[in-house]
Design a protein around this ligand. Structure first.
Ligand SMILES: Cc1cc2nc3c(=O)[nH]c(=O)nc-3n(C[C@H](O)[C@H](O)[C@H](O)COP(=O)(O)OP(=O)(O)OC[C@H]3O[C@@H](n4cnc5c(N)ncnc54)[C@H](O)[C@@H]3O)c2cc1C
Length: 478
């Protein structure tokens, strides 16, 4: 490591290499603070060429490296390696180009999600994917996680809004993956690969035109079942709102304590429904929505942008707000078909009672993406373990109902153990084949996503022979 550090210092400006043990601790975890490791060394490159040089050096030394944006990830994806280099993109924050004629912007990976919208808002444009962490999270992290957000129901996830990425490959080459490239969809493979296929150094994003009209509605229901039924009815009626978010009574209590959002008193669940588009269409959809939400005991419509922001304030602050009512909590992320929402929520209730662990539900209801917040007192012996059991059982429920172990927070280090429950050995084997094609040495963010890290060339999993894709000539084993 000492020789590597000396080599890094010769490649990068003096203040771009961090080895001071106290400063290294800043980087020991991401938003999932349960997993921690002190990085061997942290580098803060200022250019793509510097990133490439660092990665090439890691290859020369056979040392693993992990990319980090803003460290808001919730699955331990940016967890560093004690024997490795953490490459942090926070100094790469330039918006390089805004091309409104082609509705594109070209940005460096450390640019925050919200900064893109702020750069074009005055001219009537915005960047659509909006994670609740959008004020801080980086676009590089969004690409790596294929991040979503409240408005992804209508507009799609990061993968639908990225046109091209310049990346440093795991062996240190600087290449561009473009949606227009013929052949394999390498850009599609890269987005959501959680830093295992290289490091994004320049990202071309799609810009959307701000809609003509926006109507934001808060519907308060006595029970979460009524809220869940309204979600299915809205989509069933052919309406695709920009967002449908739901919070249960416990999540509302937390949000009230944190930001005094003044949601209707006594609500068992609130739905936030945002309609946007041409004014005439929004007006017609609102009339339908009023009818569908007839079981709501209060329907509040934002009269202006300030009231809209007030409605969103409770939802956007919900994760952090839970800290007001519980000393510790796990943020879970799973997906179920919308129609299973009432059954799954009832089952979560039962799990909560059975293990004496409270669960607050906040979620992107429109796309069935649950974010149960599993609350526990870390001072109470055994509570953390019970919370882990509930959290894992929620993922089992998602799989049983035909859903997924992650909607948008990724697999990282946290959920790799659940991958074999959702994917067969052959599926995992095929994913590994893709990973090895990009990273034969296995140096890019090793130990993440896959249940047991394997080296390329090893016979993976249960398969003993040549992979069927290789045998058929459809893929190469590197
Ligand atoms: C309060 C809160 C609310 C959140 N709400 C949402 C939400 O609504 N929707 C949602 O999807 N997520 C949400 N998240 C999760 C998180 O913000 C996203 O996953 C985000 O995209 C992470 O970005 P980051 O810059 O913090 O990445 P990091 O945490 O630094 O890294 C995340 C992963 O990306 C990799 N990575 C980082 N930069 C690069 C790069 N340039 N090239 C290649 N790989 C890279 C890392 O190795 C790691 O695997 C939330 C998190 C918090 C704390």
């Amino acid at each position: 490591m000492d020789t590597l550090i000396a080599a890094l210092r010769s490649l990068l400006p003096h203040d771009s290499v961090i080895t001071d043990p106290v400063r290294l601790r800043t980087y020991e975890c991401d938003g999932l603070t349960y997993h921690r490791a002190t990085p061997g060394v942290v580098v803060l490159p200022g250019t793509a060429e510097q990133v490439a040089r660092v990665v090439r050096l890691c290859n020369d030394f056979g040392v693993p490296f992990v990319a980090r944006g803003s460290g808001t990830g919730l699955s331990g994806g940016a967890l560093p390696r004690e024997d490795g280099v953490l490459i942090v993109t926070s100094r790469m924050r330039a918006i390089l180009e805004v091309d409104l004629a082609d509705r594109r912007a070209v940005v460096e990976p450390g640019v925050t999600n919200l900064a893109i919208t702020e750069a074009v808002r005055d001219r009537g444009y915005y960047y659509a994917p909006d994670p609740s962490s959008q004020q801080i999270c980086s676009i590089g992290g969004n690409v790596a996680e294929n991040s979503g957000g409240a408005h992804c129901l209508k507009y799609g996830f990061t993968v639908n809004h990225v046109e091209a990425c310049e990346i440093v490959t795991p062996d240190g080459d600087l290449v561009t993956l473009d949606r227009m490239d013929p052949g394999y969809d390498l850009l599609g493979a890269f987005i959501g690969s959680e830093g295992t296929l290289g490091i994004a150094t320049k990202i071309t994003v799609r810009l959307c035109r701000a809609p003509e009209a926006v109507t934001t509605v808060l519907a308060a229901f006595e029970s979460i079942e009524q809220g869940g039924q309204a979600v299915s009815a809205i989509i069933g009626a052919g309406i695709v709102p920009a967002a449908i978010e739901m919070m249960d009574a416990l999540a509302i209590e937390a949000a009230e304590a944190a930001v005094a959002c003044s949601y209707p008193e006594g609500a068992g669940a609130v739905l936030i429904v945002e309609l946007d588009g041409p004014a005439a269409e929004v007006e017609r959809q609102f009339a339908q929505l009023e009818e569908i939400c007839s079981a709501a005991f209060e329907l509040r419509v934002a009269a202006d942008p300030a009231e809209r922001a007030a409605i969103w304030k409770g939802r956007k602050s919900a994760f952090a707000a839970v800290g007001r009512i519980s000393p510790a909590y796990i943020v879970q992320d799973g997906v179920v078909p919308r129609t299973s929402l009432p059954a799954v929520l009832a089952a979560i209730d039962r799990l909560s009672a059975e293990h004496d662990i409270k669960v607050a539900n906040v979620f992107h209801a429109g796309d069935g993406n649950l974010h149960p917040l599993v609350l526990f007192d870390d001072g109470d012996p055994g509570a953390g373990e019970r919370a882990e059991v509930v959290s894992g059982a929620i993922l089992d429920l998602c799989i049983e109902h035909g859903g997924s172990i992650t909607g948008e927070h990724g697999v990282g280090v946290d959920k790799s153990r659940y991958m074999p429950k959702m994917f067969s050995a052959d599926d995992l084997d095929t994913m590994q084949l893709v990973r090895c094609a990009f990273d034969p040495q296995g140096l890019a963010n090793p130990g993440k996503v896959f249940p047991t890290p394997r080296l390329c060339g090893e016979v993976p999993g249960v398969r003993k022979g040549v992979h069927p894709l290789v045998e058929s000539g459809k893929a190469d084993q590197l």
